[in-house]
Design a protein around this ligand. Structure first.
Ligand code: NG6
Ligand code: CA
Length: 515
């Protein structure tokens, strides 16, 4: 524990009686086993396995993320729970695979919150352990209930599932409403110009992208042709809220500033910051100081901007003397996509860069690039730098951080979250025994093997140029020998196919997989 933490604890002890403190304080720490480092989870959006220097990118530089990797453990077989945003975030925050629940697919911007208040979540266990908890950035898990009114108190929201503070992009950058939500209110809203949001009927009388390409500074390639905000047409309709609308170019600065302010406010007590960037999701609109810096067009430029955001948080930890006892995790919510709906030159300016590195597929895909993502853990005081090929998933953060903070989960909590703390801290190379990957279809990884369930979905998505990994026949790959999933060995190894498909069926039927 840093001196800052013990100081605040001393202050706390002075201010309440010893008896009351015994009730209020978390479980006593067992030396060497548990602790309360600050935790900063940097969650990039759509960043691929090959999209940063420390994972093989050479066309542009990501010095801050690479510095994290060289001072921490760089994982080579770490996964997001799903190949898209909402289900990955749902699973990471609840410890439950999203495919177990209906309604956890990519959400519209007016969806109600899909995590039930009262449920054990990643922030709620840390809050119980005495942390100040916050989410800053992209949410995309729905907000409010059936009667949601963007002009009033937005409830339920993150404050009802374990966060003490939130500053949110409610859904995605490409979905309305294009406003920030701080705690329960839209920021900067003029009550005389109320917000309305619709994902069905067109509302309001503002021109839309479909009819007015002349008003656009960035044009859609597919979808994204409805309400125009800041010269960019979005998914969905909104009217009103003119003074509250964000400026995309300023978004990285806005959320980074809020994250730094949170760290500063809580420098004297353990804190958990879930920093969920908009970058590198579409629309890719860097601040002018990053525009043109990568040579790869906006997609590369927003990777540089993402790297800057990570660097600013690290600099803040250094400045406040908190870096040694802060566990920083850097990862992404799903794999990469190049054209995700705007004509932003991402395809034309790729210049040989491979967003997925050696992996096959990408965002939306059952192939490994859908979910295998950069994953870096740095904690100078406890974690030796290195590399790990342990199989871990973001769904494991809940059980692992519960273990770190000395807490026991109830049987029904976090049903798919494994305690892989030893692997996360680089103490063992053994991670989980098996992992279910989720895209349009399910896959199971166990040992060297990956089994993709037979599926009648499309093999290929023309809009995003993605191999989706669907096949009506079973697929079996040996990821150790064939990381690019080129050789389907299902007919050579029917016994492995049978074993893995049985195990997948059992995990599905049991409703849980946590040991
Ligand atoms: C798709 C959007 C895509 C992106 C994705 C969600 C269209 C045509 N495509 O439906 O642009 O928003 O949803 O991405 O609308 S995610 O990272 O939040 O899952
Ligand atoms: Ca995403």
């Amino acid at each position: 524990m840093t001196s800052a933490h013990s100081l605040s604890r001393r202050d706390f002890m002075r201010s309440v009686s010893a008896a009351a403190a015994a009730v209020l304080l978390p479980l006593p720490l067992q030396a060497g086993q548990v602790g309360r480092p600050n935790i900063v989870l940097i969650y990039a959006d759509d960043l691929g396995y090959g999209d940063v220097g420390s994972y093989g990118a050479t066309n542009f530089k990501t010095p801050n993320i690479d510095a994290l990797a060289s001072a921490g453990v760089r994982f080579t077989h770490a996964h997001s729970p799903s190949a898209t945003c909402t289900p990955s975030r749902y699973a990471m925050l609840t410890g439950e695979y999203a495919w177990r629940r209906r309604g956890t697919g990519v959400l519209p911007g007016d969806a109600r919150m899909i995590i039930q208040p009262g449920r054990t979540t990643l922030p709620s266990i840390l809050q119980k352990a005495g942390y100040k908890t916050s989410v800053v950035g992209k949410w995309h898990l729905g907000l409010g209930g059936a009667d949601l009114d963007w002009n009033g108190n937005i409830t339920p929201g993150p404050l009802d599932i374990g966060f003490d503070y939130n500053f949110l992009i409610p859904a995605t950058g490409d979905r309305v409403p294009c406003v920030y939500v701080e705690d329960r209110r839209v920021v900067g809203l003029d009550p005389a110009d109320p917000i309305r949001v619709s994902f069905g009927q067109r509302i309001g009388d503002e021109p839309i992208g479909r009819d007015h390409p002349d008003l656009l500074k960035m044009h859609p390639s597919h979808g994204h042709d409805q309400t125009i905000v800041n010269g960019i047409s979005r998914i969905g309709y909104m009217s009103g809220g003119k003074t509250a609308r964000w400026v995309d170019e300023d978004m990285a600065d806005a959320i980074t500033g809020k994250a730094i302010a949170f760290i500063e406010r809580h420098r004297d007590e353990p804190f958990f910051l879930y920093f969920a960037t908009h970058d590198i999701h579409v629309p890719r609109v860097p601040h002018p100081r990053f525009a043109g810096t990568s040579g790869l067009g906006p997609r590369g430029d927003v990777i540089c901007q993402l790297d800057w955001c990570a660097g600013e948080l690290i600099k803040t930890l250094d400045r406040l003397n908190l870096a040694d006892n802060t566990l920083v995790i850097f990862t992404s919510d799903n794999g990469p996509v190049v054209d995700d709906g705007y004509r932003d030159e991402a395809v034309e300016k790729l210049n040989g860069h491979k967003p997925a590195g050696p992996l096959r597929g990408g965002k939306y895909s059952a192939f490994d690039a859908g979910t295998r993502v950069p994953f870096i853990v740095r904690w100078p005081q406890r974690v030796k730098p290195g590399q790990s090929d342990a199989l871990v998933s973001q769904v494991d953060l809940l059980a692992s951080l519960a273990a770190l903070t000395g807490q026991t989960l109830a049987h029904d909590d976090a049903p798919d979250s494994f305690d892989v703390l030893g692997a996360l801290l680089g103490r063992t190379r053994t991670g989980r025994d098996h992992l279910v990957e989720h895209a349009g279809t399910l896959s199971l990884i166990k040992g060297p093997w990956k089994y993709i369930e037979p599926n009648r979905g499309a093999r290929y998505d023309r809009n995003t140029d993605t191999e989706l990994g669907n096949d009506p026949e079973p697929q079996l790959y040996n990821l150790t020998d064939d990381i690019g999933e080129k050789n389907n060995l299902a007919t050579e190894h029917p016994e492995v196919v049978a074993e893995l498909s049985d195990l997948l069926n059992k995990i599905r039927a049991d409703g849980r997989s946590r040991p």
